[in-house]
Each structure stands twice: as structure tokens, then as C-alpha cells.
Design a protein around this ligand. Structure first.
Ligand SMILES: Nc1ncnc2c1ncn2[C@@H]1O[C@H](COP(=O)(O)OP(=O)(O)OP(=O)(O)O)[C@@H](O)[C@H]1O
Ligand SMILES: O=P(O)(O)OC[C@H]1O[C@](O)(CO)[C@@H](O)[C@@H]1O
Ligand SMILES: [Mg+2]
Length: 477
């Protein structure tokens, strides 16, 4: 029997002739929507491409299969439901990677790289690989590092250093960003004027959601002014709060470092009489770091994230739960994401209005507040019982480190994907893995896509089963 021949099964998952044997079912898929990325004006107008300089590499002779076919796409969703025929339409993105023909002349290319927003493990690796990849793969010699974020494109102190192979050689071993980073200072006209004045033809902006929104504004201004300059946003956020892509670089490193804080909290809690170890981890609007650190550690009794409301006192509340847990096993460990419980913390009108330079709301510190409220409650409810809270705040320690091996590799693939896309003539895009396949996504899609923890999925259910923490539903009586 031909195992590839379709049998009598139907497209809705109906029974095949012999349900006990493996079978093939022919399924008619919904239409495919390509969320395409824009082309640089010169690439859109060109009638031909030039051979990829990688083909002239003295040592590596790429086979034809090395290049991505211009028609190659990756699918947004890895799963398809035969019963409901969804998602529909299917959404596809261009596959990232080198093209046999490029639209940009490397000899005329002048690249600017910039880092914006908070730190993240791997920033320096991305910078290094942009410099090395541009030069080694495509022969682009003019690569400049723009110091201090978007504001570095303008102003009397603007510092643009030429980056060569020797300069960036060991950057992948360094935490932080050698270029320095800032928040705020987004003056669109001055930034675009600065880019034009220095003759840049391509801009690589590495940053989080704010940086992506800024890159969209720059891309639109390039278009409005009819400039033949390309821009790509390389997604960076230790919180893993950027949507569409699988995860952001540096996230796994941060989770790994967070383990050390949880281990210490556990040791302190176990070694005290009625001890609680409390760890605050980064995560402004998403609790991915707290969730993953909790799942990896197995020592955590309660994980508090911004996506799940909780309350402190009364039946079903946090404090009663912790008291019960201490009665059962003598200690407890709590992990709280920085954005959790913000609405519970009393704040003044001034505090309500406080923003950082980029306009992000400044959060109150949930860690010390939780420690203090817990102490007051214990003293009031159980005055005769010993009690200790050891609070650990490893906030910046988890992001101010070099990337681990997995993240370093990820950063390299991201940087190279960005370069291949720019040299192919694309602009206004973000490179990133979707279901493990590196793809080009329109900048404007990534700028608005959020990535909250899905509290209805298996991962959060797993947290609940590991910690056995309450669901914090208010009791109805
Ligand atoms: N809506 C926007 N339009 C234009 N520029 C923006 C916008 N939002 C933020 N920016 C600019 O983008 C840069 C980085 O923003 P922000 O400080 O919010 O960090 P981020 O990129 O979100 O990174 P992270 O949140 O991971 O630290 C800043 O220079 C900020 O002024
Ligand atoms: O103190 P900074 O450098 O502004 O950064 C803090 C913020 O940056 C992040 O790491 C990423 O947005 C958040 O988790 C955190 O609130
Ligand atoms: Mg942000």
C-alpha cells in the first residue's frame, strides 16, 4: 500500500476506513495571508539583484540550498485545529536568511547600531555579531556604534565610533552594552536629521517595545521624506514581554541567574524558625521570569505575577496560605514579579503620576511592601510565634550579566537574520524566531504585540500544581 495515498478520512478529523491503522487524511487549508515586510525604495524599483557576496567567500563555498528562496515563508501558528479549521486565515511571514541575490551594494552601505531601554544579557553579543556579520559576510566596512540610545543620534555630544573586528572581539563575554543605553530623548526630527547628516544607509535599533515604537516612527519618517535608508528593530527585553516571537534573548540567562536568588531564599527560610524567603524578580507587565524561575526551582511555594490578582488577608488570601504552608513544612518561599500587586500598594497622587524618561509608569517596590505587611500581619495574628522574612532583591543582577551559551547563539542568529534582511532590501522589519523558524515580521506588528503570561495555558497550570498556591478567588461568603 502507498503510505502517502490519501484514504477515505475527511478533513474534519472524521474516522478513516480502518481507525486502528495509521492513515493519511487530505485536508484543505484556509487561505494564507502573507504579512509582508516593506522594501527599501531602491530595492522596490530595482529590476535586478546582485549576487550575494557570501558566494565569493574565500573559504566557505555555499551550496545552492544555503540560500532562502524568495518565496519561502514560515507560519505564525504551529498548530491547526482540524475540527474548527482554525486559525483562519493562516498567517505567514517571510523566512529570514541569506538570499542568493541582494538589493544593497555593500560598498555603499553605512550602518548605525544603537541600544535603547533597559539592559538585557546578550546586548553586546548582538552588537558584536552585527559588526562581524556585516563585515565578514557582506564586506560592509562602515559600521558605527551610536552611543546612549536614540538621543545619541543628535546633539553636540553625539558619539559615533567606527566599530571594527578588533574593537568588538570579546564583547560577547561582557554584560551590559558597551555603547551605553538611555531611556527617553526621542526627538524624531533630530534623530532622522542626525541619521541623514552622517550618511547612514541602514539602522539597527536594539531594544524593547518602546524602541520598536520609536523605530516605527523613524521608518515612517524615512518614508515621508522619501529617504532610501532602511531600519530594523532587533527585539530585546529581559521580561520577555514582546509578542509574536518565541522569546526574547537574554530571558533564559535571566531565569538561570534568578535560580541563585531563589536557592538563597530557600536556604534562609529553611534555616529559620517559621522562615519565609521572599524574592522579587523583574517583570513589569508580564510574569514570565517569575513563572519560569518558579518552575525550574521547585522550591517555590507561591508565585505572584502581574497577570493574576491576589489579596493578602482573609480566607483564601496570601497570608493565611503562607501560615498554613509553614505549619506543614516549617518554611515557605515566595517569588513576586515587580509588576504584581501594584494596585494593592497605597500611593500618593505624585507617585501615581511618576514616569521614567520614556514615559513608562514608575512602579512602587512590591518586595519591601509585602515583607512589611506580612510582618505586621504575623505580629497581630500570631504574636507568640517566632517568625522571620528574608527578602532578596536580585533585580539588576539577573540582567547585568553576559548571555549564557544558548542566548549567545540566539543573539548571533538574530543579528545575522537582521543583516540578511537589510541586504536583501527589506526595511521596517523585526527578525525573530516563530516556532523556531527565523522570520521577518513588520515592525508595526511587533511594536503593538504584547506577550502576557497565558494563565489559561498548561504552563500556568503547571505552576499551580507545583506550588499548590491558592487561585486568590475572593470567597463569596
Ligand atoms: N511611542 C513611542 N514613540 C517613539 N519613541 C518611543 C516610544 N516609546 C518609547 N520610545 C523611545 O524608545 C526608547 C526606549 O524605550 P523604553 O525606555 O520604554 O525601553 P524599551 O525599548 O521598551 O526597553 P525595555 O522596556 O526592555 O527596557 C526611548 O528612547 C523612548 O523614548
Ligand atoms: O531601572 P531601569 O533601568 O529603568 O529598568 C527597569 C525596568 O527594565 C526592565 O528590565 C525591562 O523593561 C523592567 O523589568 C524593569 O522595570
Ligand atoms: Mg519597555
Amino acid at each position: 500500500m502507498d503510505p502517502t495515498a490519501p484514504n477515505s478520512g475527511d478533513a474534519n478529523g472524521g474516522a478513516a476506513a480502518d481507525a486502528t491503522a495509521p492513515s493519511n487524511t487530505t485536508v484543505t487549508l484556509p487561505p494564507l495571508t502573507l504579512r509582508d515586510v516593506p522594501l527599501l525604495p531602491s530595492a522596490a524599483a530595482a529590476t535586478d539583484t546582485i549576487p550575494n557576496p557570501i558566494s565569493r567567500h574565500p573559504y566557505f563555498h555555499p551550496p545552492a540550498t544555503f540560500y532562502i528562496s524568495p518565496g519561502d515563508v514560515s507560519l505564525r501558528h504551529a498548530f491547526f485545529d482540524l475540527a474548527s479549521a482554525s486559525p483562519s486565515p493562516l498567517v505567514a511571514y517571510r523566512r529570514a536568511g541569506p538570499r542568493a541575490g541582494v538589493a544593497v551594494d555593500p560598498a555603499r552601505a553605512r550602518a548605525a547600531v544603537v541600544t535603547c531601554g533597559g539592559l538585557c544579557p546578550g546586548l553586546n553579543t548582538v552588537l558584536r555579531e552585527l559588526v562581524v556579520g556585516l563585515r565578514e559576510l557582506y564586506g560592509v566596512r562602515d559600521v558605527f556604534g551610536v552611543a546612549a540610545g536614540y538621543r545619541g543620534f543628535y546633539g553636540p555630544d553625539a558619539d559615533h565610533a567606527r566599530l571594527d573586528l578588533a574593537a568588538v572581539d570579546d564583547w560577547h563575554k561582557k554584560g551590559g552594552t558597551v555603547l551605553k543605553t538611555t531611556r527617553g530623548g526621542f526627538d524624531l526630527n533630530k534623530i532622522v536629521d542626525g541619521i541623514v547628516a552622517r550618511g547612514y544607509t541602514q539602522v539597527y535599533a536594539i531594544g524593547g517595545d518602546g524602541t520598536m515604537r520609536g523605530a516605527v516612527a523613524i521608518f515612517n519618517e524615512f518614508k515621508r521624506r522619501g529617504l532610501n535608508i532602511s531600519i530594523t528593530g532587533i527585539p530585546k527585553t529581559v521580561d520577555n514581554d514582546i509578542g509574536i516571537i518565541d522569546r526574547s534573548f537574554g530571558f533564559q540567562t535571566a531565569v538561570e541567574i534568578a535560580q541563585q536568588a531563589i536557592d538563597a531564599a530557600h536556604v534562609e527560610a529553611v534555616s529559620a524558625v517559621n522562615g519565609i524567603g521572599l524574592v522579587k524578580l523583574m517583570g513589569r507587565s508580564t510574569g514570565h521570569i517569575a513563572l519560569h524561575a518558579t518552575l525550574s526551582s521547585r522550591d517555590v511555594d507561591c508565585c505572584l505575577i502581574p497577570e493574576v490578582d491576589f489579596y493578602l488577608e482573609g480566607k483564601g488570601g496570601l497570608f493565611e496560605f503562607l501560615y498554613e504552608r509553614i505549619k506543614q513544612k516549617g518554611h515557605a518561599v515566595v517569588v513576586v514579579a515587580e509588576g504584581a500587586g501594584q494596585e494593592l500598594i497605597p500611593r500618593t497622587d505624585d507617585q501615581k503620576r511618576e514616569q521614567d524618561e520614556s514615559g513608562n509608569i514608575v512602579f512602587l517596590d512590591v518586595g519591601p511592601w509585602l515583607k512589611s505587611e506580612l510582618g505586621k500581619w504575623w505580629k497581630r495574628e500570631h504574636p507568640s510565634e517566632l517568625f522571620t522574612v528574608k527578602y532578596i532583591d536580585p533585580t539588576y543582577m539577573i540582567r547585568a550579566v553576559p548571555a549564557n551559551a544558548t542566548d549567545n547563539l540566539y543573539c548571533t542568529l538574530l543579528a545575522h537574520s537582521a543583516i540578511h534582511g537589510i541586504m536583501a532590501g527589506y526595511t521596517g522589519f523585526v527578525p525573530g524566531p516563530i516556532n523556531g523558524n527565523y522570520s521577518y515580521i513588520p515592525l508595526e506588528d511587533v511594536a503593538v504585540a504584547k506577550n502576557p503570561v497565558d494563565v489559561n495555558d498548561h504552563k500556568w497550570a503547571w505552576v499551580r500544581s507545583v506550588t499548590n498556591q491558592p487561585d486568590f478567588m475572593k470567597p463569596k461568603y
